[in-house]
Write a protein that binds this ligand. Structure first.
Ligand code: NAD
Ligand code: UFG
Length: 337
């Protein structure tokens, strides 16, 4: 029996394939390579020492999905495929609503046709909007301020509604905090297109000399040092959370929602200092205006995932930064290197 990984050529998908393989699962990947390269999957094949079944296709296309389900014995699905750039989602909202929502609906319809009963969905801490306090637990109110976040919120709602009508489908909604880091081999990692929007890839590109200076967005938040606080989680820890979620769905059916975070919040300045320790260089930065839409603090209450999934992040901040640096310094141009 196999796990279908949609968006498996991407950042979190590639790392998750490795954890699935370690846990003894067969993997089938579908991806349209709109935000990834085949090189990532080829490198995963080297790490796990076997070839990966890969279909280049759009998850929105029901007919293509049917062909995959007809050809493979799919027991569970992890649905990573989606567009994730917040700024682009504001500029081109329909692209996000169409891609993220239609892909999920197509997938669920085809899963029903083939009686496939376990679905893990990539949600995001962005569904908590601007939380009233931290740490954030799963029962906090939900809201979203940009089209990307709204797709996550709408899809969660769609899946909850679908579950009530079709309780035979087991669903895990996983709300990720801020994934960073890379596989220990340094051969796979995050490879953003163009200038990175997210903090960690921006810092690593300053360290490697591709970018001149980090702008720290906001130094007057009510946080330990005025800069924004987030819950950074190693992508391999996050990947492992998906294996635990699949196991949970296999043994305890229903619909479940979990935060995947560490429970620790670090400020932008703390991240810069940690990265300087890891790479042995100074990071050139300046204090800049707040970024519109940003919140001061966001970190998880990870207790429910620990209690019900047995999930606990293993990697600390220094290791996350070291792993980012190993990947970036060995692959200055990402998968183009
Ligand atoms: P990513 O862009 O690296 O991976 C997503 C993959 O999906 C890419 O390989 C892309 O080519 C593919 N894809 C997109 N639309 C597709 C479609 N219609 N059909 C087939 N393939 C398609 O992103 P990631 O960081 O690995 O994120 C994976 C998931 O986790 C996304 O749904 C994202 O929204 C969610 N998420 C990510 C973060 C983060 O910070 N990285 C945080 C919270 C949630
Ligand atoms: N930041 C800077 N300079 C930069 C980039 C970021 O100071 O160049 C700061 C931000 O202001 C924020 C922190 O670094 O305080 C983290 O910013 P990121 O852009 O890395 O991450 P966000 O928390 O804003 O958002 C990310 C994803 C969202 C996702 C969310 C929760 O981009 O899609 O994590 O998972 F929803």
């Amino acid at each position: 029996m196999s796990v279908l990984v949609t968006g498996g050529a991407g950042y979190i998908g590639t790392h998750t394939i490795i954890e699935l393989d370690k846990a003894g699962y067969e993997v089938v990947v579908v991806d349209n390579l709109s935000n990834s390269k085949l090189t990532g999957l080829r490198r995963v094949e080297k790490i796990i020492g076997k070839s990966i079944k890969f279909y280049e296709m759009d998850v929105c296309c029901e007919d293509s999905l049917r062909k995959v389900f007809a050809a493979e014995k799919i027991n569970s699905v992890i649905h990573f495929a989606g567009l994730k750039a917040v700024g682009e989602s504001v500029a081109i909202p329909l692209k996000y609503y169409e891609n993220n929502i239609v892909s999920t609906i197509s997938l669920v319809k085809v899963m029903k046709e083939f009686d496939c009963r376990n679905l893990v969905f990539s949600s995001s801490a962005t569904v908590y909007g601007n939380p009233k306090s931290v740490p954030i637990n799963e029962s906090f109110p939900l809201s979203a301020t940009n089209p990307y976040g709204k797709t996550k919120l709408f899809i969660e709602d769609i899946l909850r509604d679908y579950y009530h009508a079709n309780p035979e489908l087991n669903i895990a909604l996983l709300r990720y905090f801020n994934p960073i880091g890379a596989h220990k081999s340094g051969t796979i990692g995050e490879d953003p297109n163009g200038i990175p929007n997210n903090l960690m890839p921006y810092i690593t590109q300053v360290a490697i000399g591709k970018l001149e200076q980090l702008s720290i967005y906001g130094s007057d938040y009510k946080t330990c040092d005025g800069t924004g606080v987030r819950d950074y989680i190693h992508v391999s820890d996050l990947a492992n959370g998906h294996v635990l979620a699949i196991k949970k769905l296999e043994t305890a059916p229903g619909i479940v929602t979990y935060n995947l975070g560490t429970g620790n919040g670090y400020s932008v300045i703390q991240m810069v200092k940690a990265f300087e320790r890891a790479c042995g260089k100074k990071i050139n930065y300046r204090l800049a205006e707040r970024r519109p839409g940003d919140i001061a603090e966001c970190f998880a209450d990870p207790i429910l995932a620990k209690k019900e999934l047995g999930f606990e992040a293993k990697f600390g901040l220094d290791e996350m930064c070291e792993d980012c640096w190993r990947w970036q310094s060995a692959n200055p141009n990402g998968y183009e290197s």
